[in-house]
Design a protein. Structure first.
Length: 318
């Protein structure tokens, strides 16, 4: 099988990285239009070479990327120039709006009105009309009625710690976010600092290098995930990959092969529910260890890059 991937120029994108890694792990021949996101140098073609390859490929994957600063995002003109809509797959990793940029006031409004997490310009209607398949990371139940297929992030290789924990976990809770504007992030941090003041070993440090960040997760009984710009964040997969008990703010988007609350994950809807569940599980740490192990197993079974690409191919061949 041959896949031609129209990728965003160099700008890192977690969904693009997941898909590129998954294509390689499935042994599929891949050629890319742009460098970055795990594309091997030998597989990046010149414009003319890529155009010819795409014409002959089994599928054209058009991978969304945010336009920002010097990063141009995905080249939609190239998608149309190739002119193979019957074999083109659009993979939309956007949040807030189909551009990935929130509307004025949207972030603040979404804190009290969850419907505002979807902007007015939510779906790229041009790509929906043009491409045979449209996958979307932030896919709500009503989006599926348009024929849109949910596609979550997954745990890429770099998310996994290269070391096994050779001693007992030492940290009760790990809670660290890059920004606190969205979801219940600020509320989660407040609760964690409250528990820290009560004597629990809680780590809330930010600006960690990635190796130490993963080590903190690996050493923690509980690690907390909450919505970012989208319900689906990289943090969840980082926690699961490092066998910590993942506390996650319950998604409203579609979640294929979902995790089960109390079995391989812990879900919460409100700050009160988060605090109540934290206090409960801090008293039964053996359950945290079990949930962390089961979460890892479920992740490996359904939510790796290899599994993501298998899922895409199964969907487009239904």
């Amino acid at each position: 099988m041959k896949i031609a991937a129209i990728t965003p120029y160099q700008k890192p994108d977690y969904l693009v990285e997941t898909i590129i890694e998954g294509i390689y792990k499935n042994g599929i021949d891949l050629k890319c239009s742009c460098p970055g996101n795990g594309a091997k140098e030998k597989d990046i073609l010149s414009s003319n070479e890529f155009y010819q390859y795409a014409k002959e490929a089994d599928y054209v994957f058009a991978l969304w990327g945010k336009k920002r600063g010097n990063f141009p995002g995905i080249d939609y003109n190239l998608v149309k120039k190739i002119n193979q809509p019957y074999k083109t797959v659009y993979l939309d990793g956007s949040e807030w709006t189909y551009s990935g940029h929130p509307e004025p006031g949207q972030v603040i409004e979404a804190k009290s009105n969850l419907s505002r997490r979807k902007g007015k310009e939510w779906i790229n209607k041009d790509m929906l009309d043009y491409c045979r398949w449209y996958f979307k990371r932030e896919c709500y139940p009503e989006d599926t009625k348009l024929g849109i297929i949910p596609l979550l992030f997954g745990a890429v290789d770099k998310n996994f710690n290269e070391y096994e924990l050779l001693e007992d976990k030492t940290i009760d809770i790990f809670c660290s976010f890059g920004q606190l504007n969205d979801g219940l992030r600020s509320e989660a941090l407040h609760i964690c600092k409250k528990l820290q003041n009560e004597g629990y070993n809680v780590v809330t440090r930010g600006n960690l290098d990635y190796k130490n960040f993963k080590n903190y997760i690996l050493s923690s009984y509980i690690s907390i995930d909450a919505w970012g710009g989208g319900d689906c964040c990289a943090r969840l997969w980082e926690i699961l990959a490092n066998k910590s008990c993942a506390f996650t703010q319950k998604y409203n988007i579609e979640f294929p092969y979902d995790f089960t609350d109390g079995k391989n994950i812990v879900k919460y809807n409100t700050s009160k529910e988060l605090e109540d569940k934290l206090r409960y599980y801090l008293n039964v740490k053996d359950k945290c260890l079990k949930i962390g192990e089961e979460g890892y197993k479920h992740l490996i079974k359904y939510h790796t890059p290899k599994k993501r690409v298998e899922y895409i191919l199964n969907k487009i061949n239904e």
